[in-house]
Design a protein around this ligand. Structure first.
Ligand code: AMP
Length: 287
């Protein structure tokens, strides 16, 4: 695995690989790896000859009161962890390379950036779209792998890629979970022992919702109430939002139909956790 720290060096290496006809797979991350990140790398390597992983804690996607300074960083740990994962290039650009002093250009994927997480994190998806667009220009991959864990990010980035004609295919990889159901996240290390013990409630609540939908419940408000009750009954987590939306457009649904995204964001102390499930509701045939 080569560790590359400048855009120029990255371009030279990747130009050479492309000349040899190699397909490039790309996994953008903010580092502090866990199994979820590794599953994206496996997917990229499975489809492509060369797997490029970036680590960049993007300041533009953190609000002024958010956790940029306490976001976990450990490049030594990360590079050791992926040494055995068949990653070809670990790209770690500097702040100065990504956002030089004169930086002025942003990408705003309208509407779908402003609901769900975006409602509570203004500017977050503008930062995400901007940095991913830049990384796509730097790496020019054939395939980019993203995690379903960040469902809104997937929708926003798919829209950006379509709108701006990026020649990349997006692959969405299922959420990796701990044995007790908690979605893996770099932020989980901030949870206290009590919070960690309670955090699986997010997935428990989502599974309860799925069970009710499978049993025939179609009222979005009822499903949201079930989720909220489960969270408050079994944990001290503070609910930021629970939502049932169309998985493609992120439009809120009153009556559940089609491909439904049930998403939530819960605070345990200062740590914000998100999770989601997608359910496909088949049309019942009228007789
Ligand atoms: P991050 O480093 O948190 O920005 O995440 C980098 C990529 O890994 C994003 O595409 C995330 O959606 C994905 N990811 C994060 N957590 C998980 C997880 N538990 N399972 C699958 N993918 C994940």
């Amino acid at each position: 695995m080569r560790i590359v720290k400048t855009i120029k060096a990255l371009r030279q290496i990747l130009d050479e690989k492309r000349r040899k006809g190699q397909r490039i797979g790309f996994v953008p991350t903010m580092g502090y790896f866990h199994e979820g990140h590794l599953s994206l790398m496996h997917r990229a390597k499975k489809e492509c000859d060369c797997c490029v992983v970036s680590i960049y804690v993007n300041p533009k996607q953190f609000g002024p009161k958010e956790d940029l300074s306490r976001y976990p960083r450990d490049i030594k740990r990360d590079s050791a962890m992926i040494e055995k994962e068949n990653v070809d290039i670990l790209f770690i650009p500097s702040d100065n390379d990504v956002y030089p002093n004169c930086y002025l250009t942003y990408i705003d994927v309208e509407k779908i950036s402003n609901s769900l997480c975006g409602k509570y994190r203004p500017g977050h998806f503008k930062g995400v779209a901007t940095v991913v667009a830049k990384l796509l220009h730097m790496v020019q991959p054939d395939v980019m792998c993203l995690g379903q864990k960040d469902a809104q990010q997937v929708v926003v980035l798919k829209q950006m890629v379509a709108d701006l004609d990026f020649p990349v295919q997006i692959r969405v990889v299922p959420t990796s979970r701990e044995k007790d159901g908690l979605a893996m996240s770099s932020r989980n290390i901030h949870l206290s022992i009590t919070e960690r013990a309670q955090a699986p409630v997010l997935y428990r609540a989502l599974k309860e919702a799925v069970k009710r939908v499978e049993a025939g419940e179609r009222s979005s408000s009822k499903i949201m109430a079930i989720i909220k009750n489960t969270i408050t009954r079994f944990s001290s987590g503070k609910i930021q939002y629970v939502a049932c939306v169309d998985a493609g457009t992120l439009e809120p649904l009153e009556i559940l139909k089609g491909k439904v995204l049930i998403a939530l964001s819960i605070f345990f102390g200062k740590t914000r956790l998100i999770d989601n499930v997608i359910i496909l509701i088949k049309k019942s045939r009228k007789v």
